[in-house]
Structure formats: structure tokens, C-alpha cells
Ligand binder design. Structure first.
Ligand SMILES: [Zn+2]
Length: 132
């Protein structure tokens, strides 16, 4: 199977992207709804790794912020209106909505074991400045 980088979109070899529930849903959608699944292996190529890891951490921050807002609003609703079915249901809907909103900038994880990933990242930071 050919592999394609999720950052630059080129056909390249690289670190494999983890096939999580989001990728699964996208693949399912492409196969059953838009019928244009190309069947590529999704990877992050060596050149894009740095870009990928900053995009991934900004996605993670965004996800936590969105979920935080959703949970906070739910807690406030319950605090103000008391524990009612309506406020709990509205909270669940809001949290689900915030989660979907975060998926607009979804960056999947990598299917690599942690030590291998860190080794790769360290090897690369020898050549460039280390910021974090
Ligand atoms: Zn790339």
C-alpha cells in the first residue's frame, strides 16, 4: 500500500499514523458516503515531523480547552439550575459539540511506541535548536 504524509500530502514513507476512532470514522465516511477512499497508509514524513508535533500539541491544547469550556458550562448549569435531566442532557450535548468542534483541527497520534518516537525526536534536535 502506498503511504501519504498527512502534513504535506505527498507520497512519502514516514512514521505511521495511529488508526484511531476518528480515522476510522473518516475512512468509513469515505467508503460509504463519498465513495472516494484512496486507501493510502497515513504517515508523517521525516521533513514534516517538527511541523506535525507542534500541530499535534496545539490540537491537544485546543481539545482540552474546548472540553474544559463544555464541562465548566455544564457544572455552572447544574449549579444554577440544580441536578435536572435537562441540564445534564444539555451539558452532554454541549460537551459532544465542543468535542466535534475540536475535530475541525484534528491531528491524529502516531502509531509508534514512545521510546522510538523520543529517540527519533532527539536525533533530530541534535541538528536544530531545541525549544521545549
Ligand atoms: Zn510530509
Amino acid at each position: 500500500m502506498e503511504s501519504r504524509c498527512i502534513i504535506c500530502g505527498l507520497e512519502k514513507k514516514g512514521l505511521k499514523v495511529k488508526e484511531d476512532h476518528v480515522i476510522y470514522v473518516i475512512r468509513w465516511f469515505k467508503r460509504n458516503v463519498s465513495r472516494n477512499e484512496k486507501g493510502y497508509d497515513l504517515v508523517v514524513c521525516r521533513d514534516c515531523y517538527k511541523k506535525y508535533s507542534s500541530a499535534r500539541s496545539s490540537y491537544n491544547r485546543k481539545l482540552f480547552a474546548y472540553l474544559g469550556i463544555g464541562i465548566l458550562a455544564t457544572v455552572l448549569w447544574i449549579a444554577v439550575g440544580g441536578i435536572k435531566l435537562y441540564s445534564i442532557a444539555a451539558g452532554i450535548v454541549l460537551i459532544a459539540f465542543m468535542y466535534l468542534l475540536s475535530l475541525l483541527s484534528y491531528i491524529p497520534g502516531l502509531d509508534v511506541k514512545k521510546p522510538a518516537l523520543e529517540k527519533g525526536a532527539n536525533a533530530r534536535s541534535d541538528r536544530s535548536h531545541r525549544r521545549e
